[in-house]
Design a protein around this ligand. Structure first.
Ligand code: NAI
Length: 266
């Protein structure tokens, strides 16, 4: 409850769904939630690597299940949530982490590329949040929604037109989720990560390097020059903040977007 914070933030007896949990930040969040005691369902299109995440979750002693879900497809999200509840019971938290990013100058961005960023990053977050909030209400559980936006929502690099716009939309969506779901004891917050070492960032560095006369290493070092802390984050560092937002200690935080960015936005 509000006046009984423990000194060790825990997610004991909670079931958390992590989308895009097959690798990168999603895997870091899934394993960090499990270390805090949560059972974890991983939604991903890549079930092979999601199974590796599930094994890492089980190594902590927590329950894990993997469901093949395309977050951009409402029918897939519906059956995924049913499978998650069937496997591990009522859902207390969801981390909308599945996302895509391509570095493309706006003048070269096709309609299909624009639409795909919004289908996965924005519509996917909406569909999963909507379906899981309805499930929380039906199961009468207090819950937390955590949406992974990006510093690119506020300060995008060149090449991040579609990506940055799709992530800015996630911030507006988060505000309305917080306002409309408060009466059901559901909070909604966003995290804006800076540069985190993941396969997505490796790909981004390669694309940016190809668009300039720099090497991927030079692009990384230039990107880190804009962070106060001169290193990329590890996925677990996003996980620590997700755990707080999913926990009882975080239940008076709602409608917020938290930069976990080594000072990039300052
Ligand atoms: P990643 O590309 O390494 O992993 C993304 C995961 O999402 C993959 O497992 C992929 O299979 C899954 N996924 C993609 N489309 C999907 C779909 N339609 N349905 C279900 N799963 C799908 O990405 P990373 O770096 O781990 O990023 C995770 C999130 O964090 C993304 O939303 C990204 O935009 C955001 N982010 C990442 C930053 C970074 O520096 N790595 C910085 C700021 C935000």
């Amino acid at each position: 409850g509000p006046d009984s914070g423990s000194t060790d933030t825990r997610l004991t007896d909670r079931h958390v769904v992590v989308t895009g949990g097959a690798q990168g930040i999603g895997r870091g969040i899934a394993v960090r939630c499990a270390r805090a005691g949560a059972d974890v369902t991983v939604f991903d299109t890549n079930t092979e690597d999601a199974d590796v995440t599930a094994d890492q979750v089980r190594e902590t002693g927590s329950g894990a299940t993997v469901v093949e879900v395309d977050v951009a497809d409402a029918a897939s999200v519906d059956s995924g949530v049913e499978a998650a509840v069937e496997a591990l019971g009522p859902i207390h938290g969801v981390v909308n982490n599945a996302g895509i990013q391509q570095s493309i100058p706006l003048l070269e961005t096709t309609e299909a590329e624009w639409d795909r960023h919004f289908a996965v990053n924005t519509k996917g977050t909406f569909l999963v949040a909507k379906r899981i909030a309805a499930q929380m209400i039906a199961d009468d559980v207090a819950g937390s929604i955590v949406n992974i936006s990006s510093v690119g929502a506020e300060r995008p690099f060149t090449g991040q037109g579609a990506y940055g716009a799709s992530k800015a939309a996630v911030l507006a969506l988060t505000t309305v989720l917080a306002k409309e779901l408060a009466e059901h004891d559901i909070t909604a917050n966003a995290i804006k990560p800076g540069t985190v070492e993941t396969p997505m960032v490796d790909q981004w560095l390669t694309e940016k390097a190809a668009q300039s006369d720099q090497s991927p290493e030079e692009v990384l070092s230039e990107s880190l020059d804009t962070h106060i802390l001169d290193r990329p984050a590890q996925p677990a560092e996003i996980g620590h903040v997700a755990v707080l937002l999913l926990s009882a200690e975080g239940e008076w935080i709602t409608g917020e977007s938290i930069a976990v960015d080594g000072g990039y936005l300052k």
